[in-house]
Design a protein around this ligand. Sequence first.
Ligand code: DP6
Length: 330
Amino acid sequence: GGATAAARAHSNIALVKYWGKRDATLNTPAVGSISVTLDALYTDTRVTFRSDLTDDELWLDGCRSDATRVRRVLDLVRGYAASAGHPAGGQHAVVSSTNNFPTGAGLASSASGFAALVVAATGAAGLALPARELSILARHGSGSAARSIFGGFAEMHAGTASDGSDSYAEELQGRSAWPLAVAVAITERGEKSINSTIGMVESAATSPFYPAWLDSADGDLAEMRAAIAARDFTRLGELTEYNCLKLHALMLSTRPALIYWNAATVAAMHAVRELRSGGVPAYFTIDAGPQVKVLCLPGDAEVVRQALAAVPGVHEVRMSTLGPGAYRLE
Ligand code: DP6
């Protein structure tokens, strides 16, 4: 036995990207970001605090995994629990996590994973923290996870406080306010990309474009906020693609270069631009990996899916609508 709770959190993709850290220890971002949470991809996590454990244990899809980052988040949760007089404050935990998508398919799982961890761990420790605190805890696991606490459209604030207390995400608009569709074209299974944590530190240290990336972030965020508030899909899509390509220019100008694209990634980008020439509003975005995520209106989802499935090198296309914030299971 032991204090236990389970939670589900959905993955998200950034329309205005996070790349670069303000403080590596607190894991505060150097720039804000705006994302959409995805309904089709999620992580379920159970956390059980037990008095008989000598260390934290992490099981990912049934395999024992490195618990370093998970321990960092659990230590903070234990701090809260100890102040509240809950026994979890002095106990280690077993964390078991499953993704509803195949691991190693190149679909990011750290965002949904750390958001689910935080909701499950605080639940198991008897804590009812405000969403803002949950977002800060998730940020310590992975910056993008701070956004997966929320559904629909979420904005992560870079913040300025030296203790990280103003670096959190919040919901801009719920998912039902503006239904959109997202197609994820899988161009490579079992990708071995350079991990974002390392990549963004290298970009900051070596790319001559990094200062321009930082300087232009607030303008993109303001424009994206306005596009979402006005439900202007053309503006949202053009800005999403622009910000993605600007990020990849930063990545490409890092030494050694961060080239996350393969041939099918580039072919899918062109396919999306051809869809647009044919009158279908669809816009791509790409993260630190070769998969291509395409935003479109729900009525165009099927034509977008077919166009991506026909691209040579695209193995699979997963369709999604916008998803909810993280929540307790049971
Ligand atoms: C390209 O959140 O994975 O997906 O905070 O070091 O864990 P850490 O980084 P992570 O970086 C995400 C980078 C990105 C853009 C984004 O999601 O905003």
